[in-house]
Design a protein around this ligand. Sequence first.
Ligand SMILES: *[C@@H]1O[C@H](CO)[C@@H](O)[C@H](O)[C@H]1NC(C)=O
Ligand SMILES: *[C@@H]1O[C@H](CO)[C@@H](O)[C@H](O)[C@H]1NC(C)=O
Ligand SMILES: *[C@@H]1O[C@H](CO)[C@@H](O)[C@H](O)[C@H]1NC(C)=O
Ligand SMILES: *[C@@H]1O[C@H](CO)[C@@H](O)[C@H](O)[C@H]1NC(C)=O
Ligand SMILES: *[C@@H]1O[C@H](CO)[C@@H](O)[C@H](O)[C@H]1NC(C)=O
Ligand SMILES: *[C@@H]1O[C@H](CO)[C@@H](O)[C@H](O)[C@H]1NC(C)=O
Length: 424
Amino acid sequence: MVAFNLGAAVLFASALGRGAQAAIVRGVNLGGWLVTEPWMTPSLFKATDTEDEWHLCNELGKDKCRETLEDHWSTFYTRDDLVAIKRAGLTSVRIPLGYWAVDLLDYEPYVSGQYPYLVRAVQWANDLGLHVFLDIHGAPGSQNGWEETGLVGPVDFTANQTNADRTIKVLRNLTEEFSKDHYGGVVTNIELLNEPLLSMDDLKLFYTPAAQVVNVTGINVTIHDGFYNPHSWANYDPNDESITANTTGNTEYDQDKRTWFRKLFEAQNAAFTPYGAGQSSIGWYFWSWKLEYDIDAWSYRRGLSDGYIPSNISDPSTYEFPIKDNGCIDTDHAYQAKATATFSTYSASATSDGSESSSGSGSGSSSDSGSGGDSSSASTTDSSSSSSTSTPGSGAASFSGKNNALSGLVYLAVAPLAFFSFFL
Ligand SMILES: *[C@@H]1O[C@H](CO)[C@@H](O)[C@H](O)[C@H]1NC(C)=O
Ligand SMILES: *[C@@H]1O[C@H](CO)[C@@H](O)[C@H](O)[C@H]1NC(C)=O
Ligand SMILES: *[C@@H]1O[C@H](CO)[C@@H](O)[C@H](O)[C@H]1NC(C)=O
Ligand SMILES: *[C@@H]1O[C@H](CO)[C@@H](O)[C@H](O)[C@H]1NC(C)=O
Ligand SMILES: *[C@@H]1O[C@H](CO)[C@@H](O)[C@H](O)[C@H]1NC(C)=O
Ligand SMILES: *[C@@H]1O[C@H](CO)[C@@H](O)[C@H](O)[C@H]1NC(C)=O
């Protein structure tokens, strides 16, 4: 379920086709924040028997839900996280948003109040020199029926025109708001709809008017490919048995696991990073910066702390694997992770009220302790849900207001396991 849900990628336009070398996007998602997902923050859902935000709020009632979520919004991502993101050499954050942050009807159990936190995060990004990519993660009726949209169940987005109209209203709000001068142009992209499971025809019917709303100078319209894109994981072979993960061990002391993750991470980084003129890719976004329990391979900061993500992704001298002329890593390069993970600078634990306790905020390199990620984390989470068949990367295309030509792609929301049909 988890791996299936999040195996996502996006492609969008860059200036590459026009001769200029665009800055490479090395981004991370602020996942599980303004749209919650039980597998990412189980403590929020613990007191209820619910599997999405709609039903969580329905069960708690508006007042209690607002109180619970306000607490989460104000603590789960803080300025310190963005500082750590910047320090890790990342260049951009993607912030998923549900429609109900902007357009909530009385009968819907959701609560709103996310917007001030979004505004604050954009301002932090502006201060710190990070770009921001906004996306509609949850649309009315749900565009894929998964928990990430806030509502598990049937795909009812196309049940009526109202759902599309409401989504467009939200897109108009985001566009008008974040093209205001005082945000410093830091919001570079707005994605119309995340991971839609719709027919091509329905998608196009929505994309055309929606793109017109976002298409203003400065913000690039970004569309998800709805899983139709044939792009697949080109530079790595998950069926190569010599590199199959051993799923029986899952502690931070598992050297083989960390060796494998490092190779996988660097292979993806190399695959999705442009390596020469005429490349279509301009970068990637990893899902996610963190989770309440930093589940292996889904948490960027855990990768930093356990040493399987390079400490400064913008600095290739921190990579382990050489990159060959064809842009792929040299898989023959001998690399073995350190016997113990000693990189940790934060404690990947969460207090029972869901607020995060962290010291050092997961800056990867300069370690001052060996406290390790929370080794109990993986077993307390949803990681037992079985993996589905592998989801190849999907994509989205983006268009600038001035140039409607698609000339590049960015893989988005890439988590290492998302592309493989195994789960730890
Ligand atoms: C990361 O590497 C880039 C490129 O070398 C450099 O400009 C930046 O200062 C580095 N960041 C940190 C926190 O060391
Ligand atoms: C449109 O569809 C949604 C989701 O199925 C439903 O909740 C809503 O009541 C419908 N609205 C109208 C106006 O039919
Ligand atoms: C967008 O919606 C938010 C939340 O309702 C509101 O505070 C903000 O003023 C709106 N911005 C624009 C430009 O409409
Ligand atoms: C939008 O895309 C164009 C290429 O189509 C690129 O030149 C421009 O830098 C992008 N804008 C932003 C704000 O990223
Ligand atoms: C997987 O790891 C466990 C624990 O280290 C070990 O006992 C087992 O033999 C390994 N299995 C394979 C197939 O390598
Ligand atoms: C954006 O606007 C420009 C100028 O009005 C237009 O040529 C282009 O087709 C629009 N792009 C999209 C994606 O709607």
